[in-house]
Design a protein. Structure first.
Length: 120
């Protein structure tokens, strides 16, 4: 059975989906709170964008596990993945590598960055 994303599952935008932890309007059940994080500088904004597009592409990947022939969902997955990779490249160009699967000539600069508990 073919499921049409546009008819059966209304998607919210990436910002809303990431903040509440669910991209699908009809599958969202409010719990205790919805995150409303606001980045305070360019570095945090790039990381936030990486995380939200990673989340959105993962949500579409899970959907495609059930409906692998949904061309609209495949298109959205590709869009989200492209945005994720763009922000990842921008971040790594400016602040250093954040993933281990990139050939970085053993230059582990991220280890010298502040850890999450060391932030101001």
């Amino acid at each position: 059975m073919h499921n049409d994303l546009s008819k059966n599952n209304k998607l919210v935008n990436v910002n809303v989906g990431f903040n509440r932890g669910n991209m699908f309007e009809n599958l969202f059940w409010p719990y205790k709170y919805i995150s409303d994080y606001k980045p305070s500088n360019e570095k945090e904004e790039l990381m936030y964008n990486i995380q939200k597009y990673c989340f959105a592409s993962h949500e579409m990947n899970l959907y495609l596990d059930l409906y692998p022939n949904d061309l609209q969902a495949i298109g959205l997955y590709n869009q989200y993945k492209e945005q994720e990779n763009k922000y990842l490249k921008d971040y790594e160009d400016k602040y250093g590598f954040i993933t281990l699967n990139i050939n970085n000539n053993n230059n582990w600069q991220w280890i010298n960055s502040p850890w999450p508990w060391e932030r101001n």
